[in-house]
Write a protein that binds this ligand. Structure first.
Ligand code: SAH
Length: 252
């Protein structure tokens, strides 16, 4: 059996209970060494084999899984955050399907959740933003037409931008071209939930300077939108004048 497991954003106690149990049980762990906290490997049993996929190709990862499967072993494929975002897991699952090898998939806490926690922020504030756009800038991986930063900036919604710390200058220009004002609040969260976590608050226009001054190259998220500062409406859910399925409005 193969288990795809979300490792969480970094802190070793932010993996799920299920994910930790699978690590404890695994005979082989293939982990994404460039981003997964190696401290998670302490959960592995003494005779567990461990491989870092950072220097491996898709074919090599799959060959290692197949080999473990033939020995009757359990493999954990450990991906950073939640594997459903930029995890490159579909291409692994499709080949396992073709080979008739069974797998399960355990979600994880994404770094975009850990970044909100680091900022002590809520992405969806009434009257400010009710949507979160999770995206990336176009780098060596192209983005499909109509899915550019410029297209998304037009909405003025909360944006969480992955994989873009090396391209902040371009990003900042595109956010402004798309419709955000230069003084829209922005933040960069480096290594959310890791011991070395850092939070930088700036504006959309100041993103490049902030990233450069901090020397940030990778493992950071860029957050953009008025959710970071300013006024919002209180929630209806907890409003005394508002009735819903679990509570009647208070008598005046
Ligand atoms: N599946 C992962 C994302 C993998 S893509 C998730 O759900 O978080 C890798 C990118 O994620 C990095 O370039 C960076 O932009 C972001 N990232 C991953 N972990 C991070 C962390 N702890 N803090 C900030 N950004 C992080």
């Amino acid at each position: 059996m193969i288990n795809f497991v979300g490792a969480g954003p970094g802190a070793v106690d932010l993996i799920t209970v299920r994910g930790k149990a699978l690590l404890e049980e695994a005979d082989l762990i293939i982990y994404a060494g460039s981003l997964v906290n190696p401290g998670l490997l302490d959960y592995a049993k003494a005779d567990c084999r461990i491989m870092d996929s950072a220097s491996m190709t898709l074919e090599e990862v799959l060959a290692a899984m197949k080999d473990a499967e033939e020995r009757g072993e359990m493999t954990v494929r450990l991906h950073t955050g939640d594997p459903c975002l930029y995890g490159a897991i579909r291409e692994q699952m499709d080949i396992l399907d073709k080979w008739g090898i069974a797998y399960e998939y355990t979600p994880g806490v994404s770094s975009f959740s850990a970044a909100a926690a680091a900022l002590k922020a809520e992405y969806t504030l009434p009257g400010v933003s009710q949507s979160v756009i999770i995206t990336r800038t176009e780098g060596r991986t192209p983005v499909p037409e109509r899915q550019t930063i410029i297209d998304y900036a037009a909405h003025g919604a909360t944006m969480v931008i992955f994989l873009s710390t090396g391209l902040v200058e371009k990003l900042s220009k595109e956010l402004i071209r798309g419709g955000y004002s230069a003084d829209t609040p922005a933040a960069i969260v480096y290594k959310a939930s890791w011991p070395e976590e850092k939070v930088f608050r700036c504006t959309v226009a100041g993103l490049a300077e902030t990233a450069e001054r901090a020397g940030l190259k990778n493992t950071a998220l860029i957050l953009v939108g008025p959710f970071l500062t300013g006024a919002y409406e209180r929630s209806r859910l907890y409003d005394p004048d508002f009735s819903h399925t679990c509570r009647r409005a208070k008598e005046k």
